[in-house]
Design a protein around this ligand. Structure first.
Ligand code: EPZ
Length: 430
């Protein structure tokens, strides 16, 4: 089990280049299953979840070439199985994104029902409801979701999501692209990753309008073709490094990012005293203003509001900010596990249901802590970077799922961090 050993206190200075968005690359890779022609994706982040997604495509029979580390050339011409097995799905919930494409192109799909994870039960009932609305039959057989299109092809329909679901919206967009007729998705997710997937699908020949708004229209076509597409930058990695600069009192230039994709995060961090200057459409300059950091409340909500994936990182920053902040988590039912680890480091945090009260500033001191999920592990790294003394973070495989070469990137801007590992094969490769 890998660990990070971090000695806090160094202000981070220099330039960071943001990688491709994990949560766009995952649905875009799944979308390659919709055609027998070759789809080339650039700027795919070299992180564990994408290695898993690639393995899933190959297990299904697709050919995946990587002429360069972050370019995936996928040809799903010889799909010979239609099943995403438990051992893959249990490690990565996003495997459910194979359901829509397999069902749409082959009329059948079998995906292990994902179990819950650290942050919540995370059911897929809304995905399955939508597939039934598109004319599929869905049954649960020994822990697997088995979906079939009895007429051989899905039928367009109106889908009203009672709750915003990111991968649910993505699954339906992909399935409806090959359905017969028109599909309308209401209460659709509006994340930038939804728009990025729609851009790829349109390049493949799909007829989609309204991506990025609450209502998306898809007119099904008989088949989709090959395409070439570059994945958008990762807005959560961007937000994480903005907090890294602020929490260490450093100064960073963050390149290859899309500030317009994280407007709510930039606005909130500016409110608490982080100076964020937009040098151009893809570069930010970040430092803390002379007056220091001031606490402010935040509530997580679907895009374009403040994202749940930045909640843990924001909590770390609030432990070092003057005053009391109230953090309300409305998306997942159990996404405060980083709080108890920060308390071990000296933070003053009280949890009451989906609300956390943080009082600061508190001096943090290094301690052995355990990561519980992807963004929690990022928040513990942030806390350790400004803590006095040594922090040893265990179970950092969580962070390797979504942050490319995080140790190398942090060391390049002055962090005193090293990976204590049994096997660094994936973690810090090129
Ligand atoms: C996506 O997860 C992201 N993952 C998550 O990022 C992100 O936190 C989440 O959206 C919210 O923004 C990917 O895109 C791969 P949801 P997803 O369906 O699609 C409930 C990270 O750190 N729900 O939008 O699984 C669900 O339980 C990860 O990168 C149902 O009840 O999230 C949750 O409470 C973590 N039934 C809420 O809706 C369903 O059928 C939002 O879930 C589907 C979801």
């Amino acid at each position: 089990m890998d660990k990070f050993l971090i000695r806090g206190g160094n202000p981070l200075k220099g330039t960071i280049e943001i990688g491709g968005a994990k949560n766009s690359a995952l649905p875009c890779l799944a979308a390659t299953l919709l055609t027998a022609e070759t789809v080339t994706l650039h700027n795919v982040p070299y992180v564990k979840d994408l290695i898993t997604q690639r393995r899933l495509l190959e297990d299904l029979g697709a050919t995946v070439l990587t002429p360069e580390l972050r370019t995936h050339r996928v040809t799903a011409a010889n799909i010979d199985t239609f099943e995403a097995p438990y051992e893959l799905v249990k490690t990565m919930r996003a495997s459910v994104l194979a359901l829509g494409p397999l069902l749409a192109r082959f009329g059948k799909a079998k995906v292990s029902l994902p179990g819950g994870c650290a942050i919540g039960t995370r059911p897929i009932d809304l995905h399955l409801m939508a597939f039934e609305r598109l004319g599929a039959t869905v049954s649960l057989e020994s822990g697997d979701v088995v979906a079939r299109a009895p007429k051989g092809r899905l039928e367009g329909s109106q889908i009203d999501f009672e709750k915003v679901t990111v991968t649910g919206t993505e699954n339906v967009m992909m399935a409806a692209s090959l359905a017969r007729g028109r599909t309308i998705i209401r209460n659709a997710a509006m994340e930038p990753e939804i728009e990025d997937l729609a851009e790829l699908l349109k390049k493949m020949g799909a007829q989609i309008s309204g991506a990025g708004t609450p209502e998306i229209e898809i007119i099904g076509v008989d088949e989709l073709g090959g395409a070439e597409h570059t994945i958008i930058p990762d807005r959560i990695e961007t937000g994480t490094f903005i907090v890294a600069a602020a929490i260490t009192g450093g100064e960073l230039e963050i390149a290859h990012c899309r500030p317009d994709h994280l407007a709510a995060v930039i606005s909130k961090l500016s409110d608490v005293g982080v100076e964020i200057e937009k040098k151009n459409d893809s570069t930010l300059k970040v430092r803390v203003s002379g007056n220091g950091l001031k606490a402010a409340d935040v509530i997580t909500e679907p895009h374009p509001k403040f994202p749940t994936d930045m909640q843990a990182q924001y909590m770390a920053l609030m432990t070092r900010s003057e005053g009391t902040s109230k953090i309300v988590e409305t998306i997942f039912e159990n996404r405060f596990m980083h709080a108890s680890e920060m308390i071990r480091m000296g933070a003053d945090i009280h949890i009451n249901g989906n609300t956390a009260i943080v009082r600061g500033p508190r001096k943090l001191t290094g301690a052995p802590v355990i990561a519980s999920d992807l963004r929690a592990s990022a928040s513990l790294v942030l806390a350790a970077l400004c803590a006095e003394g040594e922090t040893l973070i265990d179970r950092v495989y969580h962070i390797d799922r979504g942050y490319e070469r995080i140790v190398r990137k942090l060391r390049s801007i002055g962090a005193d961090i090293e990976r204590v590992t049994e096997d660094s094969a994936v973690a810090e490769a090129v």
